[in-house]
Design a protein around this ligand. Structure first.
Ligand code: NAD
Length: 409
């Protein structure tokens, strides 16, 4: 499964349905710029390693490129291109004035010491310094890149510029230009959309069972938000275990167990099940919040949830998407469900360049004011064109990108 082929299939499908100008389709069928660099890093034992680094600048019709940097052994150019394309869609979905980009390094960061990781992060900035910057291209964290890494990157860029230029990256620590509310933003954005979606239904939280795959930033905060509303969290998963209790998990105890042991495995208030059993649980809501390609043509038929909220990027393959749609499962797609993250990243950038910092309440209010209209536009599009929410999201976004492209020709 090539992620970029999947992305282009999604583009083609939406473009056809909305009769998108062929010139716009042509522009969006390839990135504006691809930069690749070798990153030489002196390791702690004195030998030199050279890592492969990427930055793909997909589309800037609506503003500076925006998108994370992934440090992962499986990073490849097609994956970075796909993620950069989806960022272009995502920024347009929430209507923030930015384009889409993505970066990566082929590396297993868990095999590096902290000092090696710092040298690699700074080497990435030195290699790409000419193409990034607060007005050009603003990276952020992604898989295995952290606020600490963003702090090193902002510092390296500022040193090279000879002035503080911390708006070059977002997702920084709070003490060094980060935004309040960034940590909870992804889950909070998805939560707002889900609550809006069920507003006019007869769904009662205390009768609604939820399974969440992934108990990191996105998944654990979503669990807390839903638990606060009295939804019944019956199943959770991390990389070590899938845990299940039909009566509902005691979230406070789960957090304490995860804190003390580092994983969900061995939690006494639940039984452990397999990944296959987890995805096929008889729940109302399934929240994939871990990895790509989790629900495929091989297991989509088994999904019993009525709602799937994609906090992860790309957890469903296009084939799985079609199967779920035919089964009547409502999918809130990643480009909408997890767009709260890039939205608050944009707020962080605004705060950096204006040197004026917002309260948590201000961030939350502004986030809601981006997520709800995004949802309303997509809901309307899906009703008007009788399409699923993913296709509707693409159509709303492509329409906005097309207008920006056409305004200049
Ligand atoms: P994270 O590293 O904080 O958490 C990932 C979680 O997934 C961990 O609990 C890990 O144990 C679990 N996991 C890993 N492999 C698993 C497996 N095989 N089965 C079950 N669980 C597994 O990452 P995160 O920031 O929460 O990101 C999760 C997803 O959300 C990713 O797809 C990411 O791209 C997407 N996302 C995150 C943000 C954000 O702001 N954090 C924004 C947009 C999209």
């Amino acid at each position: 499964m090539n992620a970029y082929d999947n992305a282009l299939r999604q583009l083609e499908k939406a473009a056809k349905l909305m009769d998108l100008d062929p010139e716009v389709v042509a522009r969006l069928s390839a990135p504006e710029k691809i930069v690749m660099a070798s990153l030489p890093v002196r390791m702690d034992d004195g030998h030199l390693e050279v890592f492969q680094g990427y930055r793909v600048q997909y589309n800037s019709a609506r503003g500076p490129y925006k998108g994370g940097i992934r440090f992962h052994p499986q990073v490849d150019l097609d994956e970075v291109k796909a993620l950069a394309f989806w960022m272009s869609i995502k920024t347009a979905v929430v209507d923030i004035p930015m384009g889409g980009g993505k970066g990566g390094v082929v590396v297993d960061p868990k095999s590096l010491s902290k000092t090696e990781l710092e040298r690699l992060s700074r080497a990435w900035v030195r290699a790409f310094r000419q193409v990034i910057g607060p007005e050009k291209d603003v990276p952020a964290p992604d898989v295995y890149t952290t606020p600490q890494i963003m702090a090193w990157m902002a510092d390296e860029f500022s040193t090279l510029e000879g002035k503080p230029s911390i708006g070059v990256v977002t997702g920084k620590p709070l003490d060094y230009g980060g935004s309040k509310g960034r940590g909870a933003a992804t889950a909070t954005g998805g939560f707002y959309v889900f609550m809006k979606l069920i507003e006019d239904t007869d769904i009662k939280p205390n009768k609604t069972k939820v399974a969440i795959q992934g108990f990191g930033n996105a998944g654990s905060i979503m669990a807390e938000l839903l638990d606060n509303e009295k939804f019944i969290i019956v199943a959770l998963a991390d990389s070590k275990a899938h845990i299940y209790n039909d009566k509902g998990l005691d979230l406070e105890k789960v957090f304490a167990h995860k804190e003390s042991t580092g994983s969900l495995a061995g939690f006494s208030g639940a039984k452990e099940i397999s990944k296959e059993e987890f995805l096929a649980l008889d729940v109302d809501v399934l929240v994939p919040a871990a990895l790509e390609n989790q629900i495929t043509k091989d297991n989509a038929e088994d999904v019993k949830a009525k709602f799937v909220v994609e906090l992860a990027n790309g957890p469903l393959t296009p084939e799985a998407d079609e199967i779920l749609y035919k089964k009547g499962v409502v999918v809130i797609p990643d480009v909408l469900a997890n767009a709260g993250g890039v939205t608050v990243s944009y707020f962080e950038w605004l705060q950096n360049i204006s040197n004026n910092y917002w309260t948590e309440e201000e961030v939350d209010k502004e986030l809601r004011e981006k997520m709800i209209p995004a949802w309303e536009a997509i809901y309307q599009m899906s009703k008007d064109k009788k399409v699923d929410f993913r296709t509707a999201s693409f159509m709303v976004a492509l329409h906005r990108i097309a207008k920006a492209i056409q305004a200049k020709v």
